[in-house]
Design a protein around this ligand. Structure first.
Ligand code: C2E
Ligand code: CA
Ligand code: CA
Length: 247
């Protein structure tokens, strides 16, 4: 049974762990960072976040999970973040916990505050158009926190949100890539190319699985990507090995 009590119990009993999915710079052809993704080790197997993160959204547990992730990233890859230049670590946070002070406290306590310029907080677009999300964006801009807008769809409505916000990094939802088959570039590739040419917004494509998808993204001017084509999410030690191999 999965409910708030079992999730809290799992968190308190060290059943959660992190995997890191490499982020690839397409120009340099090498790993320049990772996105931390939470998993839950249950007696029956590993649960992926889609099975439990939605349950904790807008509850106090979502803050606790975020603080745990920060702490865990600091423990596992804090040293790596200190030592490496030009890398970044992406952490998923629900927009409602930005600006409450807890994040700063967790970052300070863990030591991640020292590598603040290498941390990117990913917040999902569905949370952004409401007031909490807009406040979060403003808060981040005022405090020098780097934010990425997650799961962005390249359509006129999203473009409007983007043009109004001070977001500097967007992640294209992996569903967009499903349009790319043998038929060449989908209509949104042109919209994306224009966005990349006319703004300073940085784009990361996620869910890249095939060479065809990669070619369309590169042609549109996308310079960063992640996905199974490069690597799945890896435990910290394997991620470090992956990074070293590419360096
Ligand atoms: P997301 O942030 O969009 O993360 C990307 C998801 O796509 C991950 O699923 C990743 O494993 C998956 N993925 C990566 N490459 C590929 C690919 O080539 N093909 C396909 N089909 N999928 C790929 P995951 O790990 O199951 O995470 C699901 C969602 O759970 C994440 O979506 C994120 O919104 C949320 N999440 C993950 N970790 C955390 C966390 O620590 N805190 C919070 N609040 N949410 C988290
Ligand atoms: Ca994400
Ligand atoms: Ca995403």
């Amino acid at each position: 049974m999965i409910n708030l009590d079992t999730i809290r119990h799992g968190l308190e009993h060290s059943e959660f762990f992190l995997e890191y999915q490499p982020i690839i710079d397409l120009d340099q052809g090498r790993c320049v960072g990772a996105e931390a993704l939470v998993r839950w080790q249950r007696p029956t197997g590993v649960l992926l976040p889609d099975d439990f993160i939605p349950l904790i959204e807008k509850t106090p547990l979502s803050g606790l999970v975020a603080y745990w992730v920060i702490d865990q990233v600091a423990k596992e890859l804090g040293g790596w973040l200190q030592a490496q230049q030009g890398v970044e670590m992406h952490i998923n946070v629900p927009p409602e916990i930005l600006g409450r002070g807890g994040l700063e406290y967790a970052a300070q306590k863990s030591g991640l505050q020292d590598v603040k310029d290498k941390i990117v907080l990913e917040i999902t677009e569905r949370g952004v158009p409401d007031q909490i999300g807009l406040d979060a964006l403003d808060y981040a801009a005022r405090h020098g926190i780097r934010l990425a807008l997650d799961d962005v769809r390249i359509d006129p409505a999203s473009m409007l949100i983007l043009s109004r916000s001070n977001v500097s990094i967007i992640k294209i939802d992996k569903s967009a890539l499903q349009d790319i088959g043998d038929g060449g570039a989908p209509p949104w590739a042109e919209t994306l190319a224009v966005l990349l040419k006319t703004t300073d917004i940085k784009v990361i494509a996620e869910g890249v699985e095939t060479a065809e998808q990669l070619a369309v993204l590169k042609a549109a001017g996308v310079r960063r990507a992640q996905g199974f084509y490069f690597s799945p999410a890896l435990r910290a030690d394997l991620f470090l090995r992956y990074f070293e191999r590419q360096a």
